[in-house]
Design a protein around this ligand. Structure first.
Ligand code: NAP
Length: 400
């Protein structure tokens, strides 16, 4: 076998998810059976100072010779960077991703890809014009668990999917946790609210089971009916959003199918941390597939067939393992010693695409990301939620 190819990453932003992603990226891919590629981090940039980028590199365990930049421009201009990972708030993704594409860099950009579909269309056009790889970092799509669920559907285990319930809700205490309203979860200037941050995962489950599993030539956009409740103190950020979708499907594929995607920062999929309630239910005439919370990082599935058969599976996240002294996690939670977070699967996909010349992610191409942004635009239109012009604009560059 030939030597693994190493992909050199540049990390754009130094916040919570950039830290988790970078730590995962530096886990040896052999721990998950991936032997044809490796990842390294050659640079990170902070919008505030090079010192902050240096601290970030140290905290994530990046190689000692990785460069620390105090501006995103320097990062995208670094000739040693093969691909840029964009991990700023969603309000900034359009500007930051365009910056990288303009500099000729492939990009893996955090979810939600952009604030609206017009911005994403402009990014997709730019990537296609320049022949550059571009992918939304919806990591869950690349989990072996998600591959398994899609395979069960296409193998016909539950018959044609007739209905999907998908919830991703995290009860927070916004008036206390994000009291001054500046946090990106509730701040309209940072495209705050449940839909773009959490609801994207409810829609991910709907689309990856009801849409992505259909042959490409018959996939059609869904009809959308939405209800939205805004968060009082900051007004233009949604607190709870509910979307009913109807997917047109050929009669011989089961006919039209329905989905309900829900999200909230006020109530939880897992009340009091009880994870026994399936947040995702995929229903067909022959049975049901259940996925247990959290929707973004699930580790448990159950299939219940019409004849009473029950198949339960647990999906661990690989990593350096027990005794390694290595820990990761996100926000306030820490995973078990040596257990990865699961962000490396999407990084492997991006690296593999660079090695093999693919320009999009295999499990969610740009057109599907655009369609999901269209659904979120329509949801916001029906719910009357508009963000400030400066973050909805496609004008590039715009100073944010
Ligand atoms: N995949 C997942 O599981 C997951 C989880 C959480 C978040 N996310 C996504 O990742 C993105 C970042 O979320 P996060 O939780 O990492 O946010 P965060 O902790 O607030 O970090 C965001 C970073 O962006 C940079 N930034 C640049 N301009 C900014 C501004 N005006 N306000 C705030 N930060 C600014 C800052 O780093 P520098 O200025 O130093 O560059 C900051 O540390 C969001 O789009 C979110 O949806 C994904």
């Amino acid at each position: 076998m030939s030597a693994p190819k190493t992909i050199r990453w540049g990390i754009l932003a130094t916040g919570g998810i950039a830290t988790t992603f970078t730590k995962d990226l530096l886990v040896d891919p052999a721990t998950r059976g991936v032997r044809h590629l490796k990842h390294t981090v050659v640079a990170a940039a902070s919008s505030s100072s090079a010192a902050r980028a240096q601290d970030f590199l140290k905290a994530t365990g990046a190689p000692a010779d990785a460069k620390a930049y105090g501006s995103y421009q320097e990062l995208v201009d670094d000739a040693n960077v093969d691909i840029v990972y964009v991990a700023t708030p969603h309000s900034h993704h359009y500007q930051n991703t365009m910056l990288a594409l303009e500099a000729g860099k492939p990009v893996l950009c955090e979810k939600a890809f952009t604030v609206n579909a017009a911005q994403l269309r402009a990014l997709a056009d730019k990537a296609r014009e320049k022949g550059l790889f571009l992918m939304e970092a919806v990591w869950t799509r690349y989990f072996p668990l998600s591959v398994y669920v899609r395979d069960q559907i296409t193998a016909g285990r539950i018959g044609p999917v007739a209905r999907v319930f998908a919830d991703n809700s995290v009860a927070s205490n916004p008036e206390v946790q994000w009291k001054d309203g500046s946090n990106r979860m509730v701040n309209p200037d940072l495209a705050g609210g449940a839909l773009l941050d959490l609801g994207i995962y409810s829609l991910t489950w709907v689309f990856q089971t009801l849409y992505h599993t259909q042959p490409q030539e018959v996939r059609k956009p869904p009809k959308v009916l939405a209800a939205m409740k805004n968060y009082g103190p900051t007004k233009d950020a949604d607190e709870t959003t509910t979307i009913v979708l109807s997917f047109p499907r050929p009669a011989d594929a089961g006919g039209d199918a329905h989905a309900i995607a829900t999200t909230s920062i006020r109530v939880a999929t897992s009340p009091a941390g009880n994870q026994d309630i399936p947040g995702i239910r995929i229903q067909g005439p022959d049975g049901e597939i259940q996925v247990f919370p959290p929707a973004f990082r699930p580790t448990r599935t159950r299939i219940i067939l019409k004849d009473g058969t029950v198949e339960e599976k647990n999906w661990s996240q690989p990593g350096p393992g027990e005794g390694s002294g290595w820990h990761t996690g996100f926000g306030g939670s820490t995973n078990a010693e040596g257990e990865g977070h699961g962000m490396f699967w999407e990084a492997d996909e991006a690296a593999d695409a660079l090695i093999n010349g693919r320009k999009e992610g295999r499990y969610e191409g740009l057109d599907e990301s655009i369609l999901i942004m269209d659904v979120m635009d329509e949801t916001r239109k029906q719910g009357g939620l508009k963000y400030p012009d400066k973050i909805e604009t496609t004008k590039y560059p715009t100073q944010l």
